[in-house]
Design a protein around this ligand. Structure first.
Ligand SMILES: Nc1ncnc2c1ncn2[C@@H]1O[C@H](COP(=O)(O)OP(=O)(O)OP(=O)(O)O)[C@@H](O)[C@H]1O
Ligand SMILES: [Mg+2]
Length: 315
């Protein structure tokens, strides 16, 4: 197992796609658990990144993993993917696993469908790739070259490549981080519909608190090498931003150590009369600037850290 994992890790380092056929079969999970980790520690030299970590993921469960940059999220994901060796008695996962990374990792010299079936043994070839590409809305790009795909299309092709492997465990490492906000929302809908249709257990690594709340059944925060926080998300999907969503967001941001402004609605509206009225200029309603704990006015428009993009920049 270790040598296979090492070769998979080497191919990853070289920038080539890593697909489930590269991934060695993990310890078989039993007893209604897709992922079972017990007392797992991972160190690089003197630095311990994961410390005595426990984790369970149920079959078909959608789990999001948050944590500051460098907290060890990718290290955990690589371990679950089998890209880094781990003792079978500490880490057990299903044999059928697939990973999607932040960058789509398509081979530019292979057509899209060949990228989708790359390394797949005993598959139905083009027809199977075409079906998976159809599912992610890329049925019309089966024979395209990767260089002609947009960022969102390339990431959908990467999802199709994961899909054809029929994973029981789908590992997603910030797969939408490089996409624009609108494409990211569409990808959220796509991932949810694929998850419902195929029902793999999912571990989504993200910096985006809103993304985690929108998608996951359960949200974990990795800190100091351990899963320090667990929040279950009981909101019905699709999840609108309402009071419960915002309360959960505030709690998670607090766990992540992100300073939060007072809720925007806490300051009453005041009318600032225009002086003197001039032609073509309309009256405006403004809020008084909120004041933070140091008596310094806080610019809510620029300083608020309540959406995913700002969180991503702040962690
Ligand atoms: N192969 C390696 N050799 C040495 N150190 C490593 C190696 N892989 C990861 N690390 C270190 O382990 C720590 C955790 O890295 P990891 O990539 O898991 O963090 P992360 O939580 O995914 O961060 P980010 O959110 O920035 O992607 C970092 O300090 C990183 O430098
Ligand atoms: Mg990472």
């Amino acid at each position: 197992m270790a040598s296979t994992a090492a070769s998979a890790a080497a191919s990853l380092t070289a920038g080539t796609p890593t697909v489930s056929s590269d991934i060695p079969t993990g310890g078989t999970t039993t007893g209604g658990t897709a992922v079972r980790v017990r007392g797992f520690t991972r160190s690089f030299g003197d630095v311990t990144v994961l410390r005595d970590l426990d984790l369970d993921i149920a079959p078909g469960e959608f789990v999001a993993l948050l944590g500051r940059s460098g907290s060890g999220k990718t290290t955990l994901l690589r371990t679950l993917a089998g890209l880094d060796a781990a003792p079978a008695e500490q880490v057990s996962t299903p044999g059928a696993r697939a990973v999607v990374f932040q960058e789509p990792r398509l081979l530019p010299w292979k057509r899209v469908w060949r990228n989708v079936t790359l390394g797949l043994k005993g598959g139905r070839g083009r027809a199977q790739a075409a079906a998976a590409l159809e599912e992610v809305g890329l049925g019309h790009r089966v024979d395209a070259w990767p260089a002609t795909l947009s960022g969102g299309e390339a990431q959908r092709a990467a999802l199709a490549r994961a899909l054809v492997r029929e994973p029981q465990l789908l590992l997603l490492d910030e797969p939408f981080a490089a996409l624009d906000a609108l494409t990211r929302l569409r990808m959220h809908q796509l991932v949810l519909s694929l998850w419902r249709a195929h029902q793999p257990a999912v571990l989504l690594v993200t910096h985006d608190v809103d993304e985690a709340i929108a998608l996951a059944d359960r949200i974990l925060v990795l800190a100091d090498g351990r899963l320090a926080v667990e929040e279950r998300v009981t909101l019905a999907r699709p999840r609108e931003v309402g009071p419960e969503f915002q309360a959960l967001r505030r709690r998670l941001l607090g766990h992540l150590g992100v300073e939060q402004p007072a809720p925007r609605d806490s300051a009453p509206l005041t009318f600032i009369p225009p002086a003197p009225p001039a032609a073509g200029i309309r009256r405006t309603w403004n809020r008084p600037a909120p004041v933070n704990g140091h008596g310094v006015p806080h610019n809510g428009a620029n300083g608020a850290q309540t959406n995913g993009a700002q969180v991503a920049g702040g962690l």
